[in-house]
Design a protein around this ligand. Structure first.
Ligand code: SF4
Length: 327
């Protein structure tokens, strides 16, 4: 007779044997030729807490099927060669024609011919003739700057006379700063805007004493930073005071004549616009000469009102003359 303890023991033994048989049969199945176990360690997604048997995470890798699609032919892609393009553009830039006014050299030579005797007011009384040639170089430069500041919208004769009075008074930055506005006004009167110019020359003199040891700046930027000094004055000052060419001095004469002769690609509305256009094509070695040449020509022949076209050697070339005197 079996007691109840013996029966329980019998069933436990049987259960273990059954489980062992199941595991063995699984192993056999996995090692068969139809299945392949991916044993690559890196592809095993191991749980962080313990080891997981390969048998339970193995992938079934099916044999590759042969594709029916024909392999596409690779197409050669040709890219644009940027270097070649740059070369091409550079070449194009070089080949681009620079704009020049029609007959400009012939016209210029006729003006030189008309100006050869130097009989215009600017030749005797221009700003380049206003400084004391016996003064020290800094004082000479200072007087050149003051003459230019007084000259705007003022005739050369009037300006020159004012500078003569100032020099007799003592035209140095120290002396100008210590002179009263009233006396300074009387000395420079009747130059245009004399009251405003008194303020400009006093303020400028103070700055020159403080920042430039009584001399004047040697750059166009430095000059244009002074009160009452613009590009026209600055460029002429660089020329006559420092003997350096920084740009063309374009006043009302130069502005008017360049537009009449069409020395600008398109009609300019201001002297500053004319300066930019003129500097774009006029050879640099003529920049210094052009101001005096055209100012004198404007004072004597190509005047603002009633230009003397009949006396002008350019009457057959000048677009303004052709438009206004078609015969
Ligand atoms: S032809 Fe008349 S408008 Fe022309 S440049 Fe001579 S003076 Fe001036």
């Amino acid at each position: 007779m079996f007691n109840i303890v013996d029966v329980k023991y019998f069933f436990r033994i049987m259960s273990k044997r059954t489980k062992l048989a199941t595991v063995n049969s699984t192993k056999k199945l996995c090692s068969s030729s139809q299945l392949k176990i991916n044993s690559d360690e890196e592809s095993v997604n191991t749980e962080p807490t313990g080891t997981v048997s390969k048998y339970f995470i193995a992938k079934v890798v099916e044999p590759k099927k042969k594709s029916n699609h024909k392999r596409k032919k690779s197409i050669e892609i040709k890219y644009e060669n940027n270097d070649k393009n740059e070369d091409h553009n550079e070449k194009k830039g070089d080949e681009q024609e620079k704009w020049y006014p029609k007959n400009w050299e012939l016209t210029l030579n006729f003006i030189r011919e008309m100006r050869k005797n130097s009989t215009a007011p600017v030749d005797e009384m221009g700003c380049h003739k206003c400084s004391d040639t016996k003064a020290t170089p800094p004082i000479f430069r200072y007087q050149s700057l003051i003459a230019l500041m007084l000259s705007s919208q003022t005739k050369d004769q009037t300006n020159h006379a004012a500078m003569e009075r100032l020099k007799a008074h003592g035209c140095t930055p120290t002396n100008i700063v210590s002179t009263s506005d009233e006396i300074l006004g009387k000395l420079i009167y009747p130059v245009s805007f004399w009251k405003r110019k008194v303020q400009y020359i006093k303020k400028t003199s103070e700055i020159l004493l403080k920042n430039y040891n009584g001399d004047i700046p040697d750059t166009i930027e430095g000059l244009c930073a002074l009160p009452g000094v613009g590009p026209k004055m600055g460029n002429i000052c660089m020329d006559i005071a420092w003997n350096k060419i920084s740009g063309i001095g374009v006043d009302t004469h130069v502005h008017r004549i360049c537009n009449r002769l069409q020395w600008v690609k398109k009609q300019a509305k201001s002297p500053e616009e004319t300066r930019k256009q003129l500097e774009s094509w006029l050879p640099k070695n003529i920049w210094s000469e052009i101001n005096y040449l055209l100012v004198g020509f404007g004072q004597e022949i190509c005047q603002p009102r009633g230009p003397k076209c009949e006396q002008c050697l350019n009457k057959k070339l000048c677009p303004f003359a052709k438009a206004n005197n078609p015969t």
